[in-house]
Design a protein around this ligand. Sequence first.
Ligand code: ZN
Ligand code: ZN
Length: 165
Amino acid sequence: MTGAQSPESLDASIRASNLKVTAPRLAVLRALTDAPHSTAERLFTAVRTQLPGTSLQAVYGVLAAFTAAGLARKIEPAGSPALFERRVGDNHHHIVCTRCSAVHDVDCAVGDAPCLTPSNASGFAVHAAEVTYWGLCPDCQSELAAAPIAPTRTAPAPLSNKGAR
Ligand SMILES: [Zn+2]
Ligand SMILES: [Zn+2]
């Protein structure tokens, strides 16, 4: 819990986005501060411990309001459910581990959007560029280096080997 923002500043962030401060919004924003790049489900799990009456639908509603108000950003790496984060407005990119799906921020190549110039924009006025880098995170690299042949315990394995139907 250390390093978490005080309730007052969460409050102020919501107000600064012209949204009404409600208990579910405060709880979701706190969860989002503690765990950037979270799915709605993960935020719901965190929020439910503080607000047992909250529904997943309510969390989706809060996230939609945050995203529309510019208080949160939604990213959707291929093959992943939507992820949410509080770092907004800087056109930053993401690097995703192909093995464990860990997500990290990558700063914009030139500091502001769009940081990549298309070779041909087909006459479009380009507002943003979104890049997803894919690779192996340091943890996965060292796990694989420690056990280059045998699959690790955490690797997904078939439940049974009874053979194909
Ligand atoms: Zn990984
Ligand atoms: Zn990010």
